[in-house]
Ligand binder design. Structure first.
Ligand SMILES: [Zn+2]
Ligand SMILES: [Zn+2]
Length: 457
């Protein structure tokens, strides 16, 4: 008696799940992980671009011409044929900086790799804190011993962001000068060319690593490399964009503590005109990084607290200190009663925006630390209230931004256009708002929702 095939198979064989699994979105290029994050030697975006091309077995120029130029549009590379790309690449070092070009390249590369951490390979965190002028080292510089060490360890060869920063001349790892000319062909090299590859000369193609390279470095070069390195290592924990107020506050504090508020004497000690210093103190212009580094070295202050304006500036030995008359001993003049009354009045005031301890100290004319020593509890209460207020303001601002992005996205879709950062940013009237990680996440979330809806239809 022949049995039906279903009767034999059904009880023994499992039933297959035939519906399609949920595939995550695929990136167009490899989602290559950046090197050195959270360390002083974090990779630069130009280096990342070179490695990305290498991993795809492409030359940098080819990758830019065919994958990146179409996203960036004519704004940067007017003629996206070979020659246009080549000449653009020669001047592409601002990709590592803090301007619009860096922001656009980060967006383009993040869109192609589906990564969200590429802004950390640039100085975009300093968009507001320091000026674009004199920020980057125009020609390529490198540490031959770093290259050599990585090659011996079998590690991936790359270029740290630190090497591309103007004013950095020393490798903090090896305490030796960075080189700027190829030892084989004596060429000075641009950061990017059609054939760039980290570790190799883009002119003669030879290896740039050397084990036996030694040079005498000055204390200043070493100090700056170390303090900028510390700052780069801490970038992932910093706000997306450091506000300008921090460094301006530090500058004001320095003028107050070193020359008793005498701006002319302070400007003289730095060899700068008084008027330009005054403009900086008013916050009219961002400070240039070389100037900030001059302050770091002259007053032995680490870069990060100087930029954040968080630490009470307590300058060490410096030419300014040597010039000025002995510092006034503020403890002798501390008016305990008046300060207490003022602190209590500030805490009792429920109408105005809560002041930070720094601002309170500035108004009362004493250092924060002095006031805190006399009235620890009152100071703690003031700080706590101000921190809570700042947090609340931050949340409100983010909620407003979310709402504006959602509204702008609706308009862009109604116009039948693509939801790009640039288009939505233009509608909002703030093309730079997507430098903020949070803002990018909001728009990506909207896109994802739309994709899910359209796949259901
Ligand atoms: Zn080195
Ligand atoms: Zn060479």
């Amino acid at each position: 008696m022949a049995q039906h095939v279903d009767e034999i198979a059904l009880p023994r064989l499992p039933i297959w799940e035939m519906s399609l699994p949920d595939f995550p979105t695929r990136s167009k290029l490899y989602s290559l992980a950046p090197l050195g994050l959270n360390s002083p030697l974090v990779e630069s975006l130009t280096s990342y671009l070179c490695r990305l091309a290498y991993e795809h077995h492409l030359e940098v120029g080819t990758l830019v011409q065919h994958s990146i130029a179409p996203i960036l549009g004519k704004h940067y590379i007017a003629d996206s044929h070979g020659r246009g790309v080549s000449s653009f690449l020669r001047y592409a070092s601002p990709i590592n900086g803090n301007g619009l070009m860096a922001a656009d390249w980060v967006d383009a590369l993040e869109a192609l790799t589906l990564r969200a951490d590429l802004a950390l390979l640039t100085l975009l965190v300093g968009t507001n804190a320091f000026s674009q002028r004199d920020l980057l080292q125009p020609v390529r510089q490198w540490c031959p011993r770093c290259y050599d060490a990585w090659q011996r360890q079998g590690a991936i060869i790359y270029e740290p962001l630190l090497w591309s920063i103007n004013g950095i001349t020393v490798c903090p790892e090896h305490s030796q000068h960075l080189e700027r000319r190829c030892p084989h062909c004596s060429s000075s090299l641009p950061w990017l060319t059609w054939h760039s590859r980290p570790g190799y000369c883009s002119s003669c193609g030879k290896w740039l690593g050397k084990a036996d390279s030694r040079s005498q470095v000055e204390e200043k070069g070493r100090y700056l490399a170390e303090t900028v390195g510390e700052f780069l290592a801490r970038m992932p924990q910093l706000p997306l964009v450091i506000p300008r107020e921090g460094v301006i506050q530090s500058l004001r504090d320095l003028i107050a503590t070193t020359t008793d508020g005498n701006m002319a004497a302070f400007a003289r000690s730095l060899g700068r005109p008084k008027t330009s210093l005054w403009e900086l103190v008013q916050g009219y212009f961002p400070l240039s990084l070389p100037f900030v580094l001059q302050l770091c070295y002259q007053f032995h202050l680490p870069l990060l607290p100087l930029l954040l304006g968080r630490e009470q500036v307590a300058p060490g030995e410096s030419p300014v200190l040597q010039e000025k008359p002995p510092k006034r001993d503020v403890r002798c003049h501390f008016d305990r009663e008046n300060v207490q009354q003022a602190l209590e009045a500030i805490l009792a005031d429920q109408q105005s925006a809560p002041l930070s301890m720094r601002e309170v100290a500035r108004r009362l004319g004493y250092p924060v630390r002095t006031i805190e020593t006399h009235f620890p509890q009152l100071c703690r209460d003031i700080s706590r209230r101000s921190a809570a207020y700042r947090k609340q303001q931050g949340q409100r601002r983010k909620a407003r931004l979310r709402q504006r992005i959602t509204e702008a996205a609706r308009i862009v879709l109604m116009q039948g256009e693509n939801l790009t950062f640039r288009r939505v940013g233009t509608i909002i009237g703030e093309p730079g708002c997507f430098r903020e990680h949070e803002a990018r996440l909001v728009l990506r979330d909207i896109r994802r929702r739309l994709d899910a809806e359209s796949s259901l239809e």
